[in-house]
Each structure stands twice: as structure tokens, then as C-alpha cells.
Design a protein around this ligand. Sequence first.
Ligand code: HEM
Length: 433
Amino acid sequence: MTTSDILIHQDLLIPQDTAAALVDPTAYATPRLHETYAWLRANNPLGVAEPEGFDRFWVVTKHADILEISRQNALFRSGERPTTITDQASDARVRAMTGGSPHLVRSLVQMDAPDHLKYRALTQAWFMPANLRKLEERIRDIARTAVDRLAAFDGRCDFVTDLALGYPLHVIMEILGVPEEDEPRMLKLTQELFGVRDPDKARKAAELSPSQLAELIQLSIADFGAYFGAMSADRRAHPRDDLASIIANASIDGKPISDFEAMSYYIIVATAGHDTTSATTSTILWALAQNPAELAKVKADPSLIPSLVEEGIRWATPVKTFMRSATADYELRGRTIAKDDWLMLCYASGNRDEEVFDDPFVFRADRKPNKQLAFGYGAHLCLGQHLAKMEMRILFEELLPRLKSVELAGEPKLTEAVFVSGLKSLPIRFQMA
Ligand code: HEM
């Protein structure tokens, strides 16, 4: 039985309201998402969804299945179909704009072998712990400044807008070589790309048609392109000790990479590098505000901070899903994924899998083992994972010794976005030393 069959076996099909939740941005801002995942894990862990307006796709909700698919990059590829869940109208619109490609940019996440490895190798060493250690002191300065600013708030703030958004943005922009005065522009563009349907973050609050949406995304990409085009030219003429200089002067097989691919590289680093980390940072603080015993535990033993960060990454799982497409038939859980089928890897579900995590719906700062898969797995395993963990470790090393107490001072709000999502508002009351 394959999804390509005209009549799908009823056991495979996910009920329509459940399938609809998987593509509904509002579900990602409510408990409905995890209720949906829990139901799927228990009742149809590898099912087929066909929400209205979308091509049919497999929904992979179990930790083991996500790993099994992610590690087989020749079999489950990223290039042929959209790598994020996309409705038929938007897909058609993008293909019309690009002359047939499902991607508006061509960055690492949209590439497959052999190009993927070559492009990844350009910056891989730069993102490894040995190189990142050189940045530790500079990142600590940025974290200290952020914490000092928090202390000046007189015990009340919105942790998302007043700290969590700016801190990782500042780190990644400094690494990339973007001057501080351009950071608000970068923040706005990233939010438009990732939160394009969220009424607070998109350019327009009204419901958008798929083609308007595709146009807005293209507009954001054009803005990025103009900005980074100028930056590339500058770094070719005057190379510096920053990531932009590595990208601008990169060659593959003896030839300089194209402007389009350089621009795509800047975009993936600029975008992947901060919304994810900021969403996780604020989720950790939210969890500590709700669990004073966990806060006390980490304050009493700061060596737990790395495991607090790891648990925060599991808890937030800011990248909710990535898509793959099959290049050949494949048997999994007694079902046949057919060649060309599309698959949704539900990381946020894998990270609450009852078969892998004890009490998955409990936040434990000292969880051990913690096999969270929020960074994906296989060839596309997050390139920035060490940087993300380091940034958060340093921030909490600076913040927690000074934080005497923290509690919620209003309703936390999540972004309505099906790809990268997390807190957009976290009002807190706190005391600092
Ligand atoms: C890839 C998550 C932070 C850069 C990925 C992927 C995930 C992910 C799930 C896999 C994509 C796929 O399978 O197709 C996260 C999370 C983060 C985070 C949860 C923070 C908590 C960062 C940071 C950077 C970064 C700080 C650095 C600039 C990248 C890049 C890729 C990637 C360049 C593409 C790798 C490839 O396709 O080979 N990330 N990320 N990420 N991430 Fe992250």
C-alpha cells in the first residue's frame, strides 16, 4: 500500500480535523499541537495527511522513525520538493517564479549530495567547538550587557522583546559581520520569513492568499539579497575575520560560488541563527518561572546549566518540522512509503515521545539521558548547534547567579507559525541581585 494509490487504505489516513491542525498556524500557538502529536503517536504514528489545499504527506511522529528517515539522506532528499510544509497554491506560485524549482533560495537545507557536503564544508570548521571557543569571551560580554539591561528594568519586563530577541541576534550578526545599526532590519526580515502568517509579525495582519504570501516571502528575500549583495562585494574587496568573508570568497571545485548561493548562505545563517535560539532562551525562562524548584536546583548547582539548556531545547523544539521526499519505496512500521512521497518530520513530537523520555511532559533541568532531536539528524544536522548551546549556556551562567526570583506577570503568547515558532511575548516579574 503506498500513498500514491488512488484509494488510500483507511488505516493510513489521519482524520481530517487532525490533519488540518498540522498545517494550521494557530494550532502551533496553543496546546492543540501537542494534543495532536500525542494522539498521532498513540493511534497512527506513521499516517498520511491530506489537508485541504495540500499535497498528501506522511506524518512521522515517533522519535525512532524521525532518526531512521533523517539518517538516510540519499533515500530521503531535501531538494525536489519544499523543505517546509507548503500548500499547493504557494508551491505552484514559487515554481512559476523560479522556473520550476520549489525553493526561492538554495541554501544547505535545500541541497542534497554531492553539493550539500561541499557547501557545508565551507563553514563546517568555523562552527565547530574548537573555533567557537575563541568567541566565548566576546559572547560573554554581550550576555553580560543583556543581563545588566534586564537588571535596569526594575523588576518587570517582557523577556522576549527585552532580552531574548536581541541577544542571539546580536551574537549572530556580529559573527556574520553585520553592523549593529542594521540589526533591526535583519530582525524584521527574519520574522517576516518565519512568522509570515502570524498577525503580529507579518507585513499585513489580514488573512493572505497563498500567492500574496509567496510574494511577501519573495519581497523579504529580495531585501536580504540587496543587503547581502553589497556585503559580499565589500568582503571580496576587503576580506575580514568574519563569516561573511568566508562566504563571499568561497570557491567550490575551483570556481567562486554564485551570488545566488552566497546570498542563500547568508540567509540561512542569519535566519536559522537567531529566531530558533531566542525562542529557546525565552522558553527556558518560562519553564523556570513555572517551576521554582527547577530554578532553585540550577542556582544551587550551576554545573547543571548545560543540561538545563539541553532540556530547554527539547521543551521548546523551535523548529517544529522539516520535509523530505522519498527517492525509492521504503518499508517502515509495516507500511510502504512510495518513491516521490513527501514526509513531514515532526521534531516537536519526537521530543515528547513516551517511548524515549520518562515523563516527557515534565520539564527537568537535570534530565539524563536527554536524546532530544531538535537539531535534526543525519547530513543536515544543525550546523549551528554548538553555537546555539554555547550562547544559551553563557547567558544563563550570567543571568542565574543574579536572578533571585521570577514569575509570570501576564499571559505568555506564542507565534502562529508552522515552521519555526516559539514565544513572542513573556511578561515577567523578577528580582535580581
Ligand atoms: C539546520 C534546528 C540554531 C544554522 C538545522 C536543522 C534543524 C535545526 C532541525 C535541520 C534541517 C534539516 O534537517 O533539513 C536548530 C535549533 C536551533 C538552531 C533548534 C537553536 C536552538 C542554529 C544556529 C545556527 C544554525 C545558532 C547558526 C548560525 C543552521 C544551518 C543549518 C541548520 C546552517 C543547515 C544545515 C544543513 O542543512 O546542512 N537547524 N538550529 N542553527 N541550522 Fe540550526
